[in-house]
Design a protein around this ligand. Structure first.
Ligand code: CIR
Length: 264
């Protein structure tokens, strides 16, 4: 008998990223005061962030650079994935809308992805979209309006998702206040959320910078190095926590989630 050697089936894990612009210091700010950004340090932090994704088995796909669009590095706000469906957003800040063209080109080049979009007068930032199983929590924030949420619901309901609006006034985006662990527990900072009762399972974390985790695998979380007590809390729950320094992006109200979009 001939033993057949079958290649192991591997699923590609792809994350979209976008290199920082050269005018980061002109990025939008809503809840924080402007502090000078060290561009060289930001570039280094971005390289390290991408390296951390690659080290955990993610393939990074770079969207074409937009050197003059200061917030383009925060690619999460421009597109959200729901299985094979990509939803291109219409960002709430007008300065960010020109980011979409190159993101759309990159998304359309991905095999097997169908594309939907949020259109004016609807606005939606991807940072307001938190997927937990078949529930999609959406921040009703200064960036995401009721029409944007209505359009997202129209796209996702036929796909079997339930869209739940979450009032957001204390933070820029829902995901600046809460994200989710692989088991579906929502983690967040109570000071940044009006309500936590919408989430069936909620865990308060001790630091505002600790609310954002990127789920790299079922066991591994990527977090900001600015939240050591949260890292300890999550390690104690059995997760392997990988930390990256994203302090230059935190000055611009960005966090670990906004620097990539996972295709899943
Ligand atoms: C902005 O105001 O749009 C950017 N300076 C920060 C965006 C951060 N994005 C995110 O949290 N998803």
């Amino acid at each position: 008998a001939v033993l057949q050697h079958r290649p192991r089936r591997t699923t590609r894990r792809v994350a979209l990223v976008r290199i920082p612009a050269s005018n980061l210091d002109e990025a939008e700010l809503t809840h924080v005061d402007r502090r000078p950004v060290d561009q060289a340090r930001a570039d280094e932090q971005w390289d390290d962030y991408c390296a951390a994704l690659v080290a955990e088995g993610w393939e990074t796909v770079e969207v074409d650079a937009a050197p003059d669009l200061p917030d383009s590095v925060f690619i999460e706000d421009t597109v959200a994935f729901f299985g094979d469906t990509a939803v291109l957003t219409n960002p709430g800040a007008e300065s960010r809308r020109p980011e979409l063209d190159a993101v759309e080109r990159a998304v359309r080049a991905l095999p097997g992805v169908s594309v939907a979009r949020i259109a004016a007068p609807g606005t939606l930032d991807g940072g307001d979209v938190l997927k937990v199983g078949s529930t999609v929590y959406v921040g009703a924030s200064s960036r995401t309006n009721p029409e944007g949420i209505r359009q997202l619901r129209g796209i996702l309901s036929p796909l079997g998702y339930t869209v739940v609006a979450v009032p957001m006034t204390r933070a820029l985006h829902l995901k600046s206040a809460a994200t989710a662990l692989p088991d579906g527990t929502v983690i967040g900072h109570p000071d940044l959320l009006e309500t936590t009762t919408l989430f069936p399972r909620f865990l308060a974390v001790p630091e505002p910078e600790g609310v954002a985790v990127v789920v790299l695998t079922d066991e591994t979380l990527l977090m900001s190095a600015s939240a050591p007590r949260t890292a300890e809390l999550l390690s104690g729950l059995g997760y392997r926590v990988v930390t990256v320094d994203v302090s230059e992006f935190e000055k611009l109200e960005g966090c670990v989630t906004c620097l990539s979009v996972r295709v899943r």
